[in-house]
Design a binder for this molecule. Structure first.
Ligand code: GDP
Length: 217
């Protein structure tokens, strides 16, 4: 089944659970789409936009607050997994190590991750920590894809420079998906593109019943 049906994103997206330790990760085979990036990259805003909700995921000006892997679902056909942002300085060493253990365990053991969307603030560009995260993801055998956020904040020349740099970076990171997405929740670009990537990866998984239900909605 190859049909792209963006209507699934009009269905209600619900918070399922916050995972603080590996044993809490949901069992089963529901496909997972993971959102990760530096604190304040615009992850909450992006997830809210994807599911047409204003406050499903808290948009906060205090970075580093999300301490768990937060699972959201639409019709129990997919999980959107909101990971704690990285690179926030005001976090204790112990807490940082706990998160790292959880994240490493999650990435290395999960068999349901269909794509990791690695968010990069277009205005800030790639930081050393982003490149370290990419190097780590390369070792996990996962498909990850760069999504630039806040594209409304930069001028065209800077975007062109960033795109050239991105091509080089992608070429050096074997597991990185070759196409990247440029997004902005303010100017609403890139959102439909991310939805389509998810739907494309889901197509073989969504049951006929669900698609029929969506077609009638
Ligand atoms: P998170 O910490 O990664 O979840 O980031 P948030 O979604 O909380 O966003 C951090 C800040 O960036 C907030 O002040 C948002 O209003 C702002 N922001 C998020 N997305 C965009 C965007 O597309 N454009 C602009 N200009 N600001 C954004």
């Amino acid at each position: 089944m190859n049909a792209i049906n963006p209507k699934i994103f009009l269905q209600e997206c619900k918070f399922v659970l916050g995972v603080a330790s590996l044993k809490q990760i949901p069992k089963g085979d529901i496909p997972e789409f993971v959102f990760w990036g530096r604190s304040n990259v615009g992850k909450s805003s992006l997830i809210n936009k994807l599911v047409n909700r204003k406050k499903l995921v808290r948009v906060s000006n205090t970075p580093g607050r999300t301490r768990e892997l937060n699972y959201f679902t639409i019709l129990e056909q997919l999980y959107l997994v909101d990971l704690p942002g990285y690179g926030y300085a005001k976090v204790s060493q112990q807490q940082k190590m706990q998160w790292e253990d959880l994240l490493i365990g999650y990435f290395q053991t999960s068999t349901n991750i269909k794509r990791v969307f690695l968010l990069i603030d277009a205005k800030v560009g790639f930081k050393t920590i982003d490149q370290e995260v990419m190097a780590f993801l390369n070792t996990c055998g996962l498909s990850y894809q760069i999504v630039f956020t806040k594209a409304d904040k930069i001028k065209q020349e800077s975007m062109a420079k960033l795109i050239a740099e991105t091509k080089d970076i992608i070429a050096k990171n074997g597991a990185c998906f070759p196409e990247f997405i440029v997004s902005s929740t303010k100017s609403k670009i890139g959102i439909a593109e991310i939805q389509q990537v998810i739907i494309g990866l889901l197509s073989s998984k969504v049951s006929v019943v669900t698609l029929a239900k969506l077609d009638n909605s």
